[in-house]
Design a protein around this ligand. Structure first.
Ligand SMILES: [Zn+2]
Length: 443
């Protein structure tokens, strides 16, 4: 099913991000993914179908927390010695893929008191019934319309912040009558949302949660005739050829090497382009290693970084900085060797790097100045919707001057010509422009 989905220019980033996230999961490293786009762009179809790509897991037999036999973590198994665990045995189960719906309650997502154990007449006990997140340990939790969930369920958003804040994350369950239970949890979060529908983009509803995603993909329409024809043919049941390399390469991305030169590129991206958090550049390195692994290489190249930069940095920086970074990577990628030399000898071929960095600095300075200018103009005119009109941080108001009081992009505004053409000075009657000191006109 997943391999039969039609790939086109509008969804290829999501397919790539899914591969990286699945490869990361097989390396036991949650790499969270958020797909944003209009209704009907197929983001939920792709994400749900991608459940088929997830590799099966081995767990302690019958453990609903999916205990790793080598490192059991649940209340029932974590204290057991090897002999006791061996007696229980292991089993192979499909990788968990669970959904959190809009109507989900905190108790079902995190955990609650197991009522069946509480009312057990022979041996009543207060026990924890693990919620969706704990049961998805070592797998994926999918949340459709995460922007709405963050808006209507702030306490669920808090729980997600804990799950996604560290790797592995943690879950804390508080129930009256039970001691507070805190457990590590290794869950990859996949989410989808439509920023154009209520309550707006996740970054506006809950910025902190939006920032927790390692990759954000913007879905678009197909722009090639061939893709649209294939989609139509598939509707008729003609069946499209399975996409090549549909299944991601699994393994441990930590075995993909990052050399000194590439670390230098990443450091320059972080410092010269003024990225806000180290999380961004860490995510960039991880994604680049995952991409190298997908390409069947054991060494990261600057082209891997360039390939993943838009989906890793797109939501963490503005467009101008991102294109500066991509340009910088092109320069760096042309002669990867010079990076090593630069670190040693430090002068001759420093030019291109310094130049690229300088361009980036100037760009981000200009960009910051311009955002500040727009902000002041917006607040000065007391138009709170001004900031809403701009898309994603440094973006322009979408519809020229109609962006709700924001400053229009001079390159992207409809210029309306004056109703009457100007009359050249020579054609004006002289009394129209020659005036005397006393206000009278001279012929
Ligand atoms: Zn267990």
């Amino acid at each position: 099913m997943y391999s039969k989905l039609i790939r086109h220019s509008g969804n290829k980033d999501l397919f790539r991000a899914v591969s990286l996230s699945v490869a990361a999961l097989s390396s036991r490293h949650p790499f969270h993914l958020h797909a944003e786009g209009l209704r009907g762009t197929g983001k939920t179809t792709i994400l749900r179908a991608a459940a088929q790509l997830l590799p099966p897991i081995v767990r302690v037999r019958g453990c609903i927390y999916n205990c790793d036999p080598a490192r059991p973590h649940c209340p029932e198994h974590r204290g057991l010695d090897a002999a006791a665990l061996a007696k229980i045995g292991t089993e192979v189960v499909p990788c968990p893929f669970l959904e959190i719906s809009q109507s989900a309650k905190v108790g079902t997502v995190l955990g609650s008191i197991d009522l069946s154990r509480l009312v057990d007449s022979s041996r009543p006990a207060a026990a924890l019934l693990p919620g969706t997140i704990l049961q998805a340990h070592r797998g994926v939790v999918f949340i459709d319309e995460i922007n709405r969930l963050a808006d209507t369920g702030p306490e669920l958003a808090d729980a997600l912040l804990d799950v996604m804040g560290t790797k592995p994350g943690r879950v804390q369950v508080e129930e009256t009558g039970l001691p507070v239970v805190e457990m590590p949890v290794e869950v990859t979060v996949w989410a989808a949302s439509n920023p154009d529908e209520e309550p707006g983009a996740l970054a506006q509803v809950r910025k902190q949660l939006a920032d927790r995603f390692d990759m954000v993909v913007t879905m678009g329409r197909p722009s090639e005739y061939r893709s649209v024809m294939a989609i139509l043919a598939q509707r008729e049941g003609e069946g499209a050829p399975a996409a090549e390399e549909a299944a991601p390469r699994l393994g441990d991305f930590r075995s993909v090497a990052v050399d000194e030169g590439l670390r230098g590129i990443l450091a320059a991206i972080f410092i010269d382009f003024g990225l806000e958090s180290l999380r961004a550049v860490e995510g960039l390195e991880t994604a680049a290693r995952l991409a190298a692994m997908q390409a069947g290489r054991t060494q990261v190249l600057s082209e891997d970084v360039a390939q993943v930069a838009p989906i890793v940095l797109g939501h963490r920086t503005d467009n101008a900085t991102l294109s500066g970074i991509l340009k910088h990577l092109q320069t760096a990628g042309r002669s990867p060797d010079t990076w090593n030399q630069t670190a040693d000898s430090g002068d001759r071929q420093d030019g291109s790097r310094a130049e690229a960095a300088e361009t980036g600095r100037t760009r981000s300075r200009l960009e910051r100045w311009w955002s500040e200018f727009k902000r002041r103009m917006g607040s000065g005119r007391n138009r709170p919707e001004a900031s809403k009109g701009t898309s994603g941080g440094g973006g322009w108001p979408s519809g020229g001057s109609s962006g709700g009081g924001g400053i229009a992009d001079p390159m992207n505004v409809d210029i309306v010509a004056p109703p009457r053409a100007a009359v050249p000075l020579a054609e004006l009657p002289v009394e129209k422009y020659v005036g005397g000191e006393d206000g009278s006109r001279h012929a």
